[in-house]
Design a protein around this ligand. Structure first.
Ligand SMILES: CC(=O)SCCNC(=O)CCNC(=O)[C@H](O)C(C)(C)COP(=O)(O)OP(=O)(O)OC[C@H]1O[C@@H](n2cnc3c(N)ncnc32)[C@H](O)[C@@H]1OP(=O)(O)O
Length: 398
């Protein structure tokens, strides 16, 4: 390990970063697109590099971002991304070193990431705080008879004309939806990046007064006729009518056979459909959350019920969090103080990170053996306090 050095990267290192990312993510052929998409994100973030002599062999990026938390809307958090180690330097502890440096120096009490493989990050105290559901729906799928949105208020607009309404709607949506990320200029550019590949249609923008949908279509002809694909990239709605109207619009584009989308685990679409099974669903992990400084992080959100619980917390990777904490919740507000009182339950920072956005239930984690209850009822009390009304959702890979 002593042969490696860590330092912050500068613009001069960017070509080496692109090369490393391309190889590690197995997309060397796309290095032009990586460079174009990534340049402004690289410039607006902290990039930590690991070097073997003069060669860049590891990279970890910290994006200053915001995430929506229960009851408080957007709060700052460290968005960790572009974590890569060169194939010929893997499993020598480089990620461990990059992560330790990052979490020790963390600017905010909260960090989050999307994981390429979920099994990597639990050891570093990240818990799966939100999952996402992939939907596949046959075009034209009927709604329940009482769901009759006014589709005439949906208009397709050129991207430039749509963006002002899109940004404004998104900002309101983010404030009220735990797990959703705040977005600024470079984040919009990256999320709506067009690689301009031959044969790939650009995204289309459908705007409703209270929502919008962006999607891409792909032509296809089958034995029975048209069988195109419509991939919903983002559907954001502030009202039930906008939600139903935008979905109806997407389901009824001519020559389309199948519509796909990424949604929340409690996405509303199945509740609209006459046959909910028409929407085939596959769920996978999405945003992983790490409480870097536990007392501060727990005070960032509000809670659904009062509680007074002593938690014995294990945290090998960030030992300043380890110990016994009294978590008092009153009127939705949390106060956290170190205590020597006996613990009501034991767990680790990974489980608190998983529960933080109000989706993953502490009661379920306890049933799975990841939270140990010492005082009967303590898990139920804390689980209810953490639980949100809706599942958190993060649809933006960063
Ligand atoms: C937030 C994001 O950017 S997600 C993207 C992650 N990057 C990728 O998937 C690109 C391809 N993979 C890689 O570049 C590398 O394999 C990395 C970055 C995932 C891991 O880097 P390494 O330097 O090999 O990890 P390191 O040696 O520090 O391992 C730390 C620990 O994690 C474990 N680990 C690392 N990667 C994996 C994995 N893919 N699956 C299971 N365990 C893993 C190691 O076994 C080790 O465990 P230990 O502490 O019990 O011994």
């Amino acid at each position: 390990m002593d042969t490696y050095t860590l330092r912050e990267l500068t613009a001069d290192d960017f070509p080496a970063v692109v090369d490393l990312l391309g190889r590690a993510f197995l997309i060397e052929y796309d290095s032009g697109a990586i460079a174009e998409k990534d340049a402004s994100l690289f410039g607006s973030s902290r990039n930590l590099g690991a070097f073997d002599g003069g060669r860049l062999v590891g990279n970890l990026r910290v994006l200053p971002r915001e995430v929506s938390v229960p009851g408080r809307g957007l709060v700052p958090f460290d968005g960790i991304s572009m974590v890569v180690v060169a194939s010929d330097h893997r499993r020598r502890g480089l990620l461990n070193r990059l992560m330790r440096e990052t979490l020790t120096e963390a600017g905010t009490p909260l960090a989050g990431l999307w994981a390429s493989e979920a099994q990597i990050y639990g050891r570093f105290g990240f818990g799966t705080a939100s999952e996402a559901t992939e939907f596949e729906v046959p075009a034209g799928a009927a709604f329940r008879p009482e769901i009759a949105p006014d589709v005439s208020s949906v208009r397709e607009l050129p991207r430039d004309e749509a963006m002002a309404a899109v940004r404004e709607t998104y900002a309101r949506f983010a404030e009220r939806t735990p797990g959703v990320l705040g977005r600024e200029g470079a984040h919009w550019d990256a999320h709506y990046f067009e690689a301009g590949k031959p044969g790939v249609n650009p995204r289309r923008f459908a705007v409703h007064p209270d929502g919008y949908a962006t999607f891409r279509t792909t032509v296809n002809w089958g034995d029975r006729g048209p069988d195109g694909l419509l991939e919903l990239h983002e559907l954001v709605a502030l009202t039930p009518d906008a939600y139903a109207g935008l979905w109806r619009y997407a389901l009824d584009v001519d020559l389309v056979g199948t519509v796909t989308a990424l949604g929340a685990t409690d996405e509303l679409l199945p509740l609209l459909l006459a046959n909910p099974r028409a929407a085939v669903r596959k769920t996978h992990h999405a945003l992983h959350v790490r409480l870097t400084r536990v007392p501060e992080a727990l005070a960032l959100r509000t809670y659904a019920a009062d509680a007074d619980v002593v938690v014995e917390l294990a945290d090998e990777f960030c030992p300043w969090n380890a110990g016994r904490w009294r978590l008092g919740i009153s009127g939705g507000e949390a106060t956290v103080a170190a205590t020597t009182d006996p613990a009501d339950l034991s767990t680790s920072s990974t489980e608190l990170g998983a529960a933080f956005l109000g989706g993953t239930r502490l009661a379920a984690l306890a049933a799975a053996g990841r939270v140990q209850e010492h005082t009967p009822g303590a898990v139920t009390v804390l689980s209810r306090a953490f639980q949100g009304d809706r599942d958190p959702f993060c649809g933006e890979v960063f």
